[in-house]
Design a protein around this ligand. Structure first.
Ligand SMILES: Nc1ncnc2c1ncn2[C@@H]1O[C@H](C[S@+](CC[C@H]([NH3+])C(=O)[O-])CC(=O)[O-])[C@@H](O)[C@H]1O
Ligand SMILES: O=C(O)C(=O)Cc1ccccc1
Length: 243
């Protein structure tokens, strides 16, 4: 699968437009996410591992905001659960098309169906696992509770939601520390100050972050009986919520 190095914000732009998951981003996405999200490869691999435990026979696993399908592929490589199928959803046509090609290349025992649709329009039922790896952060904050309610309803008893998010620390000084550590991580991965600051501007209106406490409260409100923070590095976190 061909993909290129992310240089999207490397030249000064007169005006930085809101970030979109378009062709340009899809083309460089593996490089972009790997160099931008601390622990990304670890998180994707661990979600595969968790599928080994939670994937249910004759059930569905939903990968919501699947991008190029990294999580779906990690899961499909990990499990051999009879009758289990993966539904990978993304509303970016550029992502969904590439994802379809990607999953065909790495065919496995567990079938992956790629659906290009807003995750809010997807019926969810008979799910043993629902995976949202850095997707909820791009949804309008006012719509987040309704989505989690629907996810909870669609999960089988004992089913899990794995929710990874960029989070905001509740104190200003603490948040500043985590943001600076993240920027340093990006610099160490070869991004310039210009790239970091232009992307930050592009994400400002598009990616609205919540604190861990806000996530936990919303998950509890939806009905989840336990919320486990299983990964955190700087301002990036991943939780498992159990029905
Ligand atoms: N309403 C929506 N409906 C469907 N998809 C959406 C919606 N809003 C955003 N997306 C999609 O959610 C994905 C978020 S990236 C996920 C990485 C992947 N999970 C990975 O593990 O590689 C995270 C990041 O780039 O930080 C994009 O592909 C959007 O098109
Ligand atoms: O790059 C960043 O600063 C991020 O917060 C993570 C990210 C990664 C890929 C697309 C959008 C945001």
């Amino acid at each position: 699968m061909s993909s290129s190095k992310d240089a999207i914000y490397s030249r000064p732009l007169d005006q930085v437009a809101d970030f979109r998951f378009d062709e340009h981003v899809a083309e460089v996405f593996p490089d972009m996410i790997q160099r931008s999200v601390p622990g990304y490869a670890t998180i994707v691999d661990a979600i595969g591992q968790m599928a080994g435990r939670y994937a249910g026979a004759d059930s569905l696993i939903y990968d919501l905001g699947c991008s190029l399908g990294a999580v779906s592929l990690a899961v499909s490589r990990y499990i051999q659960t009879p009758g289990c199928r993966i539904i990978a959803v993304d509303n970016s046509q550029a992502m969904a098309e590439r994802c379809r090609r990607h999953v065909q290349t790495f065919r496995s025992d567990t079938p992956i169906e790629v659906v290009c649709e807003d995750l809010q329009n997807i019926p969810i039922s008979n799910a043993s696992m629902i995976l949202m790896n850095f997707t909820l952060q791009f949804i309008e904050p006012g719509q987040r509770q309704a989505i989690l309610d629907k996810i909870y309803q669609g999960l089988n008893p004992g089913g899990v939601l794995v929710l990874s998010e960029k989070i905001r620390h509740p104190t200003e000084a603490g948040n500043e520390l985590l943001v600076e550590l993240h920027h340093e991580f990006k610099r160490r991965n070869g991004y310039s100050e210009l790239e970091i600051s232009q992307k930050r501007t592009a994400l400002e209106n598009v990616m609205r972050t919540d604190s861990f406490k806000e996530h936990e409260e919303r998950l509890r409100q939806a009905g989840f009986s336990d919320v486990i923070l299983w990964f955190k590095c700087f301002n990036f976190a991943s939780m498992v919520a159990i029905k």
